[in-house]
Design a protein around this ligand. Structure first.
Ligand SMILES: C[S@@+](CC[C@H](N)C(=O)[O-])C[C@H]1O[C@@H](n2cnc3c(N)ncnc32)[C@H](O)[C@@H]1O
Length: 440
């Protein structure tokens, strides 16, 4: 017999150890389980625990000195117990009993009595009282379930709106669906999805917001047939800003898993050429399979470094580089806990090299679109400032979103009224940045 709590702890363990997303880890751990209700329950537990991981860990490390050094499965079982008793409304005695029973089976009696002692202390731990005595940043970090660096950063970037952003990040995930017009009509998909879900229109006619659903759009037949994809609203706006024309040559410098490339292909009616570059063989292979499912036929794949590849003078370039993903915390809460300053600055270097390389590959008069799912100034406005040394910054129409940030920590961005940003708390979608650059 395998318990939900045990499965959840296994999923949390591999998210941490293998740096996977919640969905990837759930797929691996539940591979042999056919029961929909178990999938749904594990999914809900994992997301709810990942969201408030810092607070759960604060409680546990306050009552158990060796918490951070514990065996990974044991540690995650304790997290599940604390989540159940403090945040899920499960009676503390019941929550403790379930975890102790699992620990007894998976470890031994000694570990079971340790789990029992830790969870009994955790039950009585008055974390609210402790929060009141903390410094502002630390308190907000634990109250709003975000890392301290992010609290400091967003308070500087957005003022008190930072709290609204964090609240929005803590809400349930949003689902947007983009019709794949290579395989289906907008009206056809609307009628199909309305049988299973309540839809809302968006400023983009091929994109619907799923307000409520009886069956998740990702498990439906038409999704398997590639008639629509699950893609965030702001992410869908990127291809519109690029505005590819049939018969053009488009270079996509960081292309996998290919959501934007497939949107571009559909706008080009499968004509012209898209050169899809990515430096991950595994992601590029997955992209190829996905593009086949979506009926995309105008892509040439290149397993190369998007910072260096030379293909000649193309009409348009998309630069959608690796980023901090700070705009995607709502859909991927585990990303919140992975920040690493060294990686951050390395990523910014890659972004700048890609911007330079985009310029080199563009024909004169060609257009580049630079987008990220990050909310930071450094990866967005500051990078566009860097790119403005060789590109002309063109205006992006704010069909969705708001204008960019004018200044941040003493740095000024003169092109703030030419770029677009979206925020979870303002636009109910991922935090995105979109800019348009012209080689003159
Ligand atoms: C934000 S994702 C791209 C998402 C994609 N444009 C889409 O819409 O589905 C960034 C991608 O950049 C790739 N990448 C990272 N460094 C790269 C590099 N130096 N050259 C090319 N691709 C790179 C990653 O493997 C990842 O697939």
């Amino acid at each position: 017999m395998i318990y939900t709590q045990e499965l959840v702890a296994e999923v949390l363990k591999i998210i941490e150890e293998r740096k996977l997303s919640e969905k990837e880890a759930i797929k691996i751990c539940l591979n042999e389980i056919d029961d929909n209700s178990i999938w749904n329950s594990v999914h809900a537990y994992v997301f709810e625990i990942e969201k408030r991981l810092n607070l759960i860990d604060f409680i546990l490390s306050s009552v158990f000195r060796d918490f951070n050094r514990s065996n990974p499965l044991f540690k995650n079982l304790l997290r599940v117990g604390v989540y159940e008793m403090h945040f899920k409304g499960v009676h503390p005695a019941l929550a403790t009993d379930s975890i102790v029973r699992i620990v007894k089976e998976r470890f031994n009696l000694k570990f079971a009595s340790l789990a029992n002692a830790v969870l009994r202390k955790a039950e009585k731990f008055d974390y609210m009282g402790k929060l009141k005595k903390m410094s502002k940043i630390r308190r907000i970090s634990l109250e709003y379930w975000h890392p301290e660096w992010f609290v400091k950063y967003t308070l500087d970037l957005l003022g008190e709106d930072a709290l609204k952003l964090m609240e929005a990040n803590n809400e349930r995930q949003r689902i947007y669906v983009r019709v794949n017009e290579l395989k289906a009509s907008i009206e056809g998909v609307r009628r199909y999805l309305e049988k299973f879900a309540e839809l809302e229109e968006t400023p983009l006619e091929e994109v619907f917001k799923i307000v409520r659903y009886e069956r998740h759009p990702s498990v439906l037949e038409w999704h398997k047939e590639g008639k629509y994809v699950i893609q965030d609203l702001a992410s869908c706006y990127v291809a519109h800003v690029l505005n590819p024309q049939p018969d053009e040559i488009i270079l996509d410098l960081a292309s996998a898993p290919g959501l934007k490339a497939s949107h571009i292909a559909s706008m080009m009616e499968n004509r012209g050429i898209i050169i899809a570059v990515d430096n991950s063989a595994e992601r590029l292979e997955r992209m190829k399979a996905k593009m086949k499912q979506l009926g995309v036929k105008n892509i040439i794949y290149r397993l190369k470094d998007g910072c260096k590849i030379r293909v000649g003078d193309v009409d348009r370039v998309l630069i959608d580089p690796p980023c901090s993903s700070t705009g995607s915390f709502r859909n991927y809460p585990c990303i919140k806990w992975r920040f690493n300053e060294e990686l951050y600055y390395k990523t910014i270097k890659v972004q700048r090299k890609m911007l330079k390389n985009a310029f080199k590959n563009l024909k004169s008069g060609g257009i580049a679109v630079y987008s990220t799912c990050s909310i930071t100034f450094d990866e967005n406005e500051e990078n566009v400032m860097f790119a403005s040394e060789f590109f002309k910054v063109e205006e992006v129409k704010p069909l969705i979103g708001v204008r960019g940030i004018r200044n941040f920590r003493g740095k000024v961005f003169p092109f703030w009224d030419k770029v677009v940003r979206t925020f979870p708390h303002l636009h109910d979608c991922t935090g995105f940045f979109i800019s348009k650059l012209k080689r003159v």
